[in-house]
Design a binder for this molecule. Structure first.
Ligand SMILES: NC(=O)c1ccc[n+]([C@@H]2O[C@H](COP(=O)([O-])OP(=O)(O)OC[C@H]3O[C@@H](n4cnc5c(N)ncnc54)[C@H](O)[C@@H]3O)[C@@H](O)[C@H]2O)c1
Length: 273
C-alpha cells in the first residue's frame, strides 16, 4: 500500500509496537523520526533517530519540529512504581501534546490501554464512552493520558486519537488473549488509520483484532476506517484452557486486577529473615 503520510514522529520507536510500526510505515512516509530514550540507528534515508527522555520538554519540542503526525507510543507499558508512571506516561504525554500544540501538528495518536477498563466483567461489552475502571496504577496513568488528549483537543483544537491497545502479541497464547489479542498487522492497521482518518476532533477506540470472544465495542475503531483482519479464535485449539467457558462475572483485566499485581511496586520487600 502506498500512502503518503508526510513527516511522522514515532515515540517509543525502539519498543515492541514501535519497531513493528517503524518497519511497516517506513515506505509510506516522507520522513520517519524515531524517538526513544534508548539509542537507535536509522536504517533508511527517510529515517532519523533522536535519543531523548520524554521528561525533557525542550528536547521533545525540538524533536517534533516539522511533524505532520505523532504516534506517541513511548512510556512504561505495565505496572511500575507510581512516580515512574507519572514521569514517563503522564508528564511525557503532556510534553508530547504541548510540543504538538506549539508546532501545529495535524494529528496526535496516543497509546492508551485496555487496562483503563479492566474492572468491568467479562460478560459486559464495554463501550469506549463507559466510565473508566482502571485495573492498576498503570491503568490510572493511561486514564490521565486520555484526559490530556481530550484537554488538548477541546481547549487547543488538536486532533487526537486515543487507541486503547489490546494485547499486542504475535499469537494469542493464553485464554484472556482470545478476547484481547491485537495482531501486529491489525496493530499497524489501526495506527495507520488513526494517522490518516479525516475530520477527527477527539476519538477513543479499542484497538483489538476481530476476535470472536472480544468484550469491547469496536465501532469507534471501525469508524476510523480500519476493519481488523485477524481473529484469535483461529488459534484457540492451541491455547491451553480455551475450551473452559469463561466466567461472565470475572474481571476483564484478569490477573492484572489482583491487589498483589500492583502492590509489589508499592510495598518494600520484607527484610531478609
Ligand atoms: N504491548 C501491549 O500489548 C500494549 C497494550 C496496551 C497498551 N500499550 C501501550 O503501547 C505503548 C507501546 O507499548 P510496547 O509494548 O511497545 O512497550 P515497550 O516497553 O516495548 O516500548 C516502550 C518504549 O518507550 C520507551 N520509553 C519509556 N519511557 C520513556 C521515556 N521517559 N522517554 C523516552 N522513551 C521512553 C522505552 O525505551 C521503550 O522503547 C505503550 O505506551 C504501552 O503502554 C501496549
Amino acid at each position: 500500500m502506498v500512502v503518503q503520510l508526510g513527516t511522522v514522529i514515532v515515540t517509543g520507536a525502539a519498543g515492541r509496537i514501535g519497531s513493528t510500526v517503524r518497519e511497516h510505515l517506513r515506505g509510506e512516509v516522507g520522513r520517519l523520526v524515531l524517538v526513544d530514550r534508548v539509542p537507535m540507528r536509522p536504517t533508511a534515508p527517510t529515517e532519523r533517530a533522536i535519543q531523548l527522555d520524554l521528561t525533557d520538554l525542550d528536547a521533545v519540542v525540538e524533536a517534533l519540529e516539522g511533524a505532520d503526525a505523532v504516534v506517541h507510543l513511548a512510556g512504561l507499558a505495565d505496572e511500575a512504581p507510581f512516580a515512574d508512571l507519572l514521569d514517563s506516561n503522564v508528564l511525557g504525554t503532556y510534553h508530547v501534546l504541548e510540543a504538538a500544540r506549539r508546532h501545529g501538528v495535524r494529528r496526535v495518536v496516543l497509546a492508551s490501554s485496555n487496562r483503563v477498563t479492566g474492572f468491568y466483567p467479562v460478560g459486559q461489552v464495554v463501550d469506549p464512552d463507559a466510565p473508566v475502571r482502571p485495573d492498576g496504577f498503570y491503568g490510572v496513568s493511561k486514564v490521565a493520558v486520555e484526559a490530556l488528549g481530550r484537554l488538548y483537543a477541546d481547549k487547543f483544537g488538536l486532533s487526537v486519537v486515543c487507541l486503547r491497545i489490546g494485547s499486542f502479541e504475535d499469537e494469542p497464547i493464553e485464554p484472556r488473549y482470545l478476547a484481547t489479542w491485537l495482531s501486529p498487522r491489525d496493530g499497524v492497521g489501526f495506527i495507520r488509520a488513526a494517522i490518516t482518518a479525516p475530520d477527527v476532533h477527539f476519538v477513543t477506540a479499542y484497538a483489538v483484532s476481530g476476535n470472536t470472544r472480544t468484550f469491547w465495542d469496536t465501532a469507534a475503531g471501525e469508524q476510523l476506517g480500519y476493519l481488523p483482519v485477524d481473529d484469535a479464535e483461529r488459534y484457540a485449539a492451541w491455547v491451553p484452557g480455551s475450551e473452559t467457558p469463561s466466567d461472565a462475572t470475572a474481571f476483564q483485566g484478569g490477573a492484572y486486577t489482583s491487589p498483589e499485581y500492583s502492590l509489589r511496586h508499592v510495598m518494600a520487600p520484607p527484610p531478609p529473615s
